[in-house]
Design a protein around this ligand. Structure first.
Ligand code: ADP
Ligand code: MG
Length: 240
């Protein structure tokens, strides 16, 4: 579905991503692990074109997404993103947050946008809060709304950048449970996370990043029991 080919990204003379190659197939749940500063967020941002790579390609169903606004917009409506800091519109209700993208970007009817919002808010357990504003919600609730909002775009792939890192510990589970449900429904997901149990139990593949390189790309059972790379071993030893 998505192919990242020989992708590099520099900010000035700081090379942040180096020659990255991987594929995302339909239905895969890929967890991206690695220390802070290893390039995980930049990689996700290059995958959905919030950043332009310095060299290399991102292919979507075999076709290169070129740096042309029309192509980028079209692609981005197929590839949603959920951020650590939720990024909800604070001046809108939960329902309005979920309807906005489908209305403004996809130009679906009000009825269709409403039906989608209700469906996905139910999925994440937030239907009782449709008239609430983000400030009235807990962090876990806000993140579940942000996930529902992403789903309302009917994405083919949903990208998550540390979706639970800003949450109080007692709220992490409710968000991970929603993501686990989505994984078993067959949604394709690319997830940057430090939740090792989630990566171990839910992912179909793990990418481990170090200093801008993907140094390991393996199924979780292999990565967690028999990491091939010294940096992966050192990283994992911190979580025991
Ligand atoms: P991670 O998400 O793994 O913590 P990031 O992708 O955020 O890593 O950052 C990787 C490196 O790129 C860091 O050294 C960071 O300072 C640098 N970086 C990220 N975004 C920018 C930017 N917009 N301008 C300059 N440097 C950046
Ligand atoms: Mg990051």
């Amino acid at each position: 579905m998505i192919e990242v080919k020989d992708l590099s990204k520099s900010f000035g003379d700081h090379e942040v991503l180096r020659k990255i190659d991987f594929e995302v197939k339909k239905g895969e749940v890929i967890c991206i692990l690695g220390s802070s500063g290893s390039g995980k967020s930049t990689l996700l941002r290059c995958v959905n074109k919030l950043e332009t790579q310095t060299s290399g390609q991102v292919l979507y169903h075999g076709k290169e997404i070129r740096n042309v606004q029309k192509e980028i917009n079209e692609f981005r409506s197929r590839v949603g993103m959920v951020f650590q800091s939720f990024n909800l519109f604070n001046n809108m209700t939960v329902l309005e947050n979920c309807m906005e993208g489908a209305r403004k970007v996809l130009h679906v009817s009000k009825e269709e946008a409403f039906d989608r919002a209700i469906k996905h808010l139910k999925e994440v357990g937030m239907a009782p809060y449709i008239n609430a504003r983000p400030e009235q919600l807990s962090g876990g609730q806000k993140q579940r709304v942000a996930i529902a909002r992403g789903l309302c775009m009917n994405p083919e792939v949903l990208l998550f950048d540390e979706p639970t890192s800003a949450l109080d510990p007692e709220m992490v589970g409710e968000v991970l449970n929603v993501m686990k449900e989505l994984a078993s429904s067959g949604l394709t997901m690319l997830i940057v996370t430090h939740e090792m149990d989630f990566a171990k139990n839910v992912s179909s593949r793990v990418l481990f990043m170090d200093k801008g390189y993907v140094v390991e790309d393996a199924p979780p059972e292999e990565f967690f029991t028999n990491p091939k790379n010294d940096r992966s071993r050192e990283f994992l030893s911190r979580f025991i």
